[in-house]
Design a protein around this ligand. Sequence first.
Ligand SMILES: NC(=O)c1ccc[n+]([C@@H]2O[C@H](COP(=O)([O-])OP(=O)(O)OC[C@H]3O[C@@H](n4cnc5c(N)ncnc54)[C@H](O)[C@@H]3O)[C@@H](O)[C@H]2O)c1
Length: 447
Amino acid sequence: MKVTVFGIGYVGLVQAAVLADVGHHVCCVDVDEKKIENLKNGQIPIYEPGLTDMVIKNYEKGRLLFTTDAAEGVAYGRLQFIAVGTPPDEDGSADLQYVLAVAGRIAGLMEEPKVIIDKSTVPVGTADKVSAHIQGILSERGVDLEFHVASNPEFLKEGSALDDCMRPERIVVGTDSAEVEGVMRELYEPFSRNHDKIMVMDVRSAEFTKYAANCMLATKISFMNEMSNLAEKLGVDIEQVRKGIGSDSRIGYHFIYPGCGYGGSCFPKDVQALERSASEVGYEAKILRAVEAVNYRQKEVLFSHICRHYGTALSGKTFALWGLAFKPNTDDMREASSRVLLEALWQAGAIVQAYDPEAMNEAQRIYGTRSDLRLMGTKEAALQGADALVIVTEWKSFRVPDFEQIGIELKDKVIFDGRNLYDPARVEALGLAYYGIGRGRSIIAGE
Ligand SMILES: NC(=O)c1ccc[n+]([C@@H]2O[C@H](COP(=O)([O-])OP(=O)(O)OC[C@H]3O[C@@H](n4cnc5c(N)ncnc54)[C@H](O)[C@@H]3O)[C@@H](O)[C@H]2O)c1
């Protein structure tokens, strides 16, 4: 099938690559000229395991095209995916300007019937807005062309995006048109082979499903972080509690890791946007508000542990920081907990020596060159001359470090572990002070 994807970011590029890999032909349109130029030269703008090879292979085979020319994209596919960003507006609601801009371009340029598919995460009622916008422009043009607007939210996870798209747990399609359902089934048939993954529902329910999923996951995280803060005050080890409750099949082990808060381009904005949608219809979404507030506070937990250990004497201290990305296997630092910590440490006059396996360029892009940020080539280099170590992202390569080396390098012999990667007893036995999240004993150690 011939497909066009507007918006070649995390979602658009992965979606395009995966569709091309099963044999579809995909035209990728983005307004970012540099990004498109780089993609044509085999330079992939994001880190996602396996993505570079898949993009290059399919580009060379002619199944992926890259362009900034919207007219080329609109003429190309009968299916027109919209995968542009939906960032938070000033009031927290989803800003639909990019989605509507693409819809407007499609309406202004289409010369034959099209199926327009919202893949971006958009509030309930957006497909109706997109429809009205397209119809308005077609009427202005004086043309009468058939079109459908469907919803097909994306559930990929950064870090395992390719696998999630190749082997999706479900493919949600929101449409009331049998014809669109048929086309979408044909498009996704290669991903639905061992059993039918496609769930067809009405458009509004599909739009809502994406928000409900992300808000549920964010709720699990914030709930566990709330428990971890309580555990710390009560002298309880949250890691034992996590195992104790995760073994209950009604609860499960996923998404109940206590930590220093969730980040990324989705959870923070989607919780906010749903809360905003709720208030627009006169409903106070108390749980969503609490989920957001708990996360906001949780992003400060590492800094408060540091202050508990050092008092206010942070000026001139050097912190080794392991992990900048908002989670492992990505270079994405949007809303990352590392940013809250970095900025708090700088504010207090401290210096940070940071290392991340993939997000170094992103950190450089965000913060530029500054004397209190040293981007180091390895995790070991980040320790050299540092006073303390802080772990913010749970990359695999941080899980089994050389604690003896850490003990030799760190002047103040203290680890602040924002992801509970280590066993406090083991670390303390090596003569290092240890602060985890909700470990009970660590508060005792710090007092
Ligand atoms: N990142 C994720 O993990 C993830 C997962 C599921 C859903 N989503 C949702 O998918 C959507 C896209 O997210 P993302 O992370 O891929 O965003 P992104 O910021 O990485 O990419 C968006 C792209 O759209 C391009 N763009 C903007 N206006 C355009 C226009 N008029 N025409 C063509 N291209 C245009 C931008 O240049 C950019 O390359 C959002 O709604 C997001 O909530 C994201």
